[in-house]
Write a protein that binds this ligand. Structure first.
Ligand code: IPM
Ligand code: MN
Length: 357
């Protein structure tokens, strides 16, 4: 290693609504932990989002992807604006970035921290600690299909799920490797719907069983997506790592966010293991709370933690997680916006203050 200080180029895209407020606190945590761990972070800010779109008519300029590729990671706040028709910003910014940067994994930990309330009766942190590995570039999200005779009684709408052997296999391999790295129960559950989606999940299931022998230390399991929803509520302790397609992953991770205490704490990473990954709190832009300094920044801070992990700054990531846990047990009254007992800024200050513990 050279004598130079470790340094990271990070793209910051605060986005819409409360995005800028939570990203500000995540950056505060990053700066504080960087000072403690002896590395530096260079930020490049991008103003992409609803406000810019309303002003310029452009979601992302074509130069954005080349810009993003120069960054080592991207931290995203939230995308979604009440005055922009649903779909435009989601597809034009979020999904476009996931696809064009080939962030083929959406990694979503579902972890109940001590002192956080879960709606699940008789379940505690020892029961809720699993990770969903969601395929992030294919499936129903690929945009395949079309419409015919729109607006007439004969209208036809087709939306197809695209599943490539390559896309499925790289997702499954990531999940197997992640299960080994996590070293908890060494159990990987494939979440599908083989009883109905007999083309798509036949491919997933065959690939899963073909790859499994390469990972003899990983126990494999399968459950249909509807049953997974049931077990996530009834017996979440059965899960260690769940791997699934894009659409099912989208749905079950909102359920996951709820059982871990809510959107105020749920973070995720859009990962390209060989390229630029993007980390985000998975809650939306919360227009209702925008500008009030009442939104919970912990999910964004946890996204920064995941980013540091991905960058190999595991000690810094562990410091952030520990500080979040301390803040949850000592200070925060509720994860809900406006009910934390502290402002957004104060929660960020508290976490930053606990980092050197
Ligand atoms: C998510 C979101 C997005 C998705 C939307 C905003 C396009 O719900 O990150 O889970 O469906 O992937
Ligand atoms: Mn979602």
């Amino acid at each position: 290693m050279s004598a130079g200080k470790r340094s990271y180029d990070i793209g910051v895209m605060p986005g819409d609504g409360t995005g800028p407020e939570v990203v500000r606190e995540a950056v505060k945590a990053l700066d504080a932990v960087a000072a403690l761990e002896g590395f530096s972070v260079n930020y490049t800010h991008y103003d992409f989002g609803g406000a810019r779109y309303l002003k310029t008519g452009e979601t992302l300029p074509d130069s954005a992807m080349d810009e993003f590729r120069k960054q080592q990671a991207i931290l995203l706040g939230a995308i979604g604006h009440p005055e922009v028709k649903p779909g435009i910003l989601e597809k034009g910014i979020l999904l476009r970035t996931r696809f064009e940067l080939d962030q083929y994994i959406n990694l979503r930990p579902v972890k109940l921290y001590p002192s956080v309330d879960t709606p699940l009766k008789d379940k505690g942190p020892e029961h809720i600690d699993f990770v969903v590995v969601r395929e992030n570039t294919e499936g129903l999200y690929a945009g395949a299909g079309g419409t015919l005779k729109k607006g007439t009684p004969d209208e036809i709408a087709v939306q197809e799920s695209i599943n490539t052997r390559k896309g499925v296999e790289r997702c499954l391999r990531f999940a197997f490797n992640y299960t080994l790295k996590r070293a908890r129960d060494n159990k990987l559950t494939l979440c599908g719907k083989t009883n109905v989606l007999t083309y798509a999940f036949d491919l997933w299931e065959r690939a899963f069983h073909e790859i499994a022998p390469e990972y003899p230390a990983v126990k494999t399991d399968y459950a249909h997506v509807d049953a997974i929803c049931m077990w996530m509520v009834k017996n979440p302790e059965w899960f260690d790592v769940i791997v699934t397609d894009n659409m099912f992953g989208d749905i079950i991770t909102d359920l996951g966010a709820m059982i871990q205490g809510g959107m105020g704490i749920a973070a995720g990473g859009n990962i390209n293991p060989e390229g630029t990954s993007m980390f985000e709190p998975i809650g939306g832009s919360a227009p209702k709370y925008t500008g009030q300094n009442v939104i919970n920044p912990l999910a964004a801070i946890c996204a920064a933690q995941m980013m540091l992990d991905q960058l190999g700054e595991t000690a810094a990531a562990a410091r952030i997680e520990k500080a979040v846990i301390t803040c949850l047990s000592k200070d925060i009254k509720s994860l809900q916006a406006g009910r934390m007992g502290y402002s957004t800024t104060q929660v960020g200050d508290l976490v930053a203050g606990y980092l050197d513990a």
